[in-house]
Design a protein around this ligand. Structure first.
Ligand SMILES: *Cc1c(COP(=O)(O)O)cnc(C)c1O
Length: 402
């Protein structure tokens, strides 16, 4: 059996016809930029997210850039953000000319360590940019009181968290601005790139809308340098069909996560992500990420160079041999996993080039050497999931016999 980390095959066979007719409508309407489908998507997504304004744009990365620009964040400013995320989070901050100030990770939930936020604040801090990584919402009560205390703004990176909630409120509706991605592997995926910005603030919404279209409040009249970043009508047509299924899909993802939890508990060396039944938050489970502890597979990797410690920017990274070994062994069973993310952002070569002071963020570095994302998507079958679980069990057993 082959189990992919992610697949759209079954989803397409269920809703492919609806998507086709929606896309064909756009094609025959001739309205390829803006138009009814985009308007409809913006208003339905606003309703589902519980915000007043949604502005469609070209990608999640653009959503972050538009949010930062709308808050007048630029050169000389600092934005506090986790190092454990997809690179785009920090890239957006750097691309507007500001400086990302990286904070270490809480290994219990893979999210920014809330206890380290205050010490990252300087006179230049303008905003905090938490990431609801893998679909798990950050504690927004704490983020909001931290931001209020320090008089800074909050931009939520919701790229992986469509369908997640904190304290009964959808992510993206709590901070000043929320940024979503519709990259095909996200919870709500387009048939290409797409993104959206959410806010309850009318002035910010206006600023974002203008920035997304060349800084143009009215046609051919430009008050600032903006971007060409629109949600395509064809993508909006796809998203309008899929949005109706989002919450059902989140429930399926949650069932899969729950089942992984039951079936994988008590495996030595494998640490599972918290499966909290806590009603204050809804995790939309964009990824199910386990940690493969470095010690446990020592026997299996005895023939490999266990002392092989990668060094980046003079920082010795923790050894990832056990995780890499498990990933390889699972692939021999046909179980395909992904590493989100192998290298912390603060150690990416570009940040050394940009002259950032490079400090070690030990928890992030350990996580990057241990994390492994198991296959999860709403249509993953019980048989496929059982196969994944057995492959993991057999691999670990093999490791302890070697
Ligand atoms: C995917 C992602 C982005 C960027 O979204 P794109 O649509 O690919 O530009 C930003 N932040 C996080 C956490 C992501 O996962």
């Amino acid at each position: 059996m082959q189990v992919p980390p992610f697949s759209l095959d079954q989803q397409l066979s269920e809703i492919g016809e609806d998507i086709k007719s929606s896309v064909l409508n756009v094609l025959s309407s001739g309205n390829y930029i803006g138009g009814e489908e985009v308007k409809k998507f913006e208003s339905s997504f606003a309703e589902k997210t519980g915000v007043k304004h949604v502005i469609g744009c070209n990608s999640g990365t653009d959503a972050l850039i538009l949010a930062l620009r709308a808050l007048n964040i630029g050169p000389g400013d600092e934005v506090i953000t986790p190092s454990f995320s997809f690179f785009a989070t920090a890239e957006a901050i750097s691309n507007v000319g500001a400086k990302p100030v990286f904070v270490d990770t809480d290994p219990a939930n893979y999210l920014v360590d809330l206890n380290l936020l205050q010490q990252a604040v300087t006179q230049s801090t303008k905003a905090v940019l938490p990431v609801h990584l893998f679909g798990r919402p950050v504690d927004m009560d704490q983020i909001m009181s931290f931001a209020k205390r320090n008089e800074i703004k909050v931009i939520e990176d919701c790229a992986q968290a469509a369908g997640s909630e904190w304290g009964g409120k959808p992510v993206g509706s709590i901070g000043d601005i929320g940024c979503f991605s519709f990259f095909p592997t996200k919870n709500l995926g387009a048939a290409g790139d797409g993104g959206a910005v959410t806010t309850n603030d009318e002035n910010l919404a206006t600023a974002i809308r203008q920035l997304a279209v060349h800084g143009m409040p009215r046609r051919y009249f430009h008050t600032q340098l903006g971007y060409n970043s629109r949600l395509d009508a064809i993508q909006a047509a796809v998203l309008n069909v899929k949005l109706e299924h989002l919450f059902k899909w989140v429930i399926k993802r949650t069932e899969i996560a729950k089942r992984y939890h039951q079936l994988l508990k008590d495996i030595p060396g494998i640490i599972l992500p918290e499966f909290s039944q806590n009603h204050t938050h809804i995790n939309s489970w964009n990824q199910f990420v386990v940690r493969v502890q470095s010690s446990i597979l020592d026997k299996a990797i005895i023939n490999q160079d266990v002392n092989k410690q990668p060094i980046i920017n003079n920082i010795n990274l923790p050894n990832s041999s056990s995780r890499d070994w498990l990933k390889q062994t699972l692939s021999e069973y046909g179980v395909n996993t992904i590493i989100y993310y192998p290298i912390p952002i603060h150690l990416q070569p570009v940040y050394q080039k940009l002259g950032n002071k490079i400090n070690s963020l030990p928890n992030t570095e350990i996580l990057c050497s241990e994390v492994l994302s198991l296959p999860i998507f709403p249509e993953l079958s019980i048989e496929q999931q059982d196969y994944v679980v057995n492959a993991i069990k057999q691999s670990i057993q093999k490791a302890s016999l070697i």
